[in-house]
Write a protein that binds this ligand. Structure first.
Ligand SMILES: O=C(CO)[C@H](O)[C@H](O)COP(=O)(O)O
Length: 261
């Protein structure tokens, strides 16, 4: 690929993110909902579309952020900012992902916001992923080579690194900041390890092992949490990967292959 090709490729990826975000917001957002707002670059397109629909259709929705970035996004788009204190039950959470496997298990936390993202997703009646088609894989780790993000209490980062490597192999690297000396510090004042793994098939087991290590706050493994994932391509087409799990009573109806509910 020549250097002049790169902007075209990037434009295509952005077009895919935007297509997925718009399709999901059009299909899933309804008047009166409490909405969990994820973090990253794809969610920006979703929030912009929610704001457009709120203005055009006079929708009344309340938004709960998963990060400093999401909080500012909600504010900057003129949407109503809420909290889990006031709205402990969320109707729907929308978020990006770093990778999504065939069972809708996700790696999240590339942007370092995994803990609040998981709190919001786990308190939502339905959790949906949006992303460009690079994120759609059969098994985790196919394209995403940066590892599983893990948020840890600062004083414990070194023993946690050693325990993960001893119990599960691979390498757990402390995430370092760019344009600031030292490590990345999360919105919660903690540090991040990126665990580079090999040959993992049982993600539920792995998630449990990591979570049991004292000092681990949360992992970026979102196992059996998402109801569906919307993947967009550069030409604007969107495919939906749905969970095979039985929907809950309050669950949002999904379009079928023809786009019908
Ligand atoms: O988990 C996340 C942040 O913690 C993001 O949702 C994930 O990294 C995907 O980001 P993007 O939409 O920029 O590809």
């Amino acid at each position: 690929m020549g250097k002049h090709d790169e902007p075209i490729v990037l434009e295509g990826i952005e077009a895919g993110k935007k297509a997925a975000a718009i399709e999901a917001v059009n299909a899933l957002i309804k008047d009166g909902q409490v909405i969990g707002i994820g973090s990253g670059s794809t969610i920006v397109y979703a929030v912009e579309r929610i704001a457009e629909r709120v203005a055009a259709e006079k929708l009344s929705v309340q938004c709960i952020p998963t990060s400093f970035q999401a909080r500012k996004l909600i504010h900057d788009n003129g949407l109503i900012l809420e909290s889990l204190e006031n709205c402990p039950v969320i109707d729907i959470a929308l978020d990006g992902a770093d990778e999504v496997d065939a069972e809708l298990n996700c790696i999240k936390g590339g942007g370092g916001c995994l803990t609040q993202e998981k709190i919001i997703a786990s308190n939502a009646k339905d959790f949906f992923i949006i992303g460009d088609t690079r994120k759609k894989v059969e098994s985790l780790g196919t394209h995403w080579k940066k590892g599983v993000p893990i948020e840890v209490i600062p004083m414990a980062y070194r023993p946690i690194q050693l325990q993960i490597e001893k119990k599960l192999g691979g390498s757990a690297e402390l995430r370092m900041a760019h344009r600031k000396a030292g490590p990345v510090v999360t919105d919660n004042g903690n540090l991040l390890l990126d665990w580079k793994f090999q040959n993992i098939t049982d993600w539920d087991y792995v998630n449990g092992v990591i979570k049991m290590i004292p000092g681990v706050v949360e992992t970026g493994l979102f196992i059996h949490m998402a109801k569906a994932a919307y993947f967009g391509t550069a030409d604007g087409s969107v495919s939906i990967r749905k969970s095979s799990a039985k929907p809950s009573v309050n669950s949002t109806a999904l379009p079928d292959e023809n786009g019908d509910k």
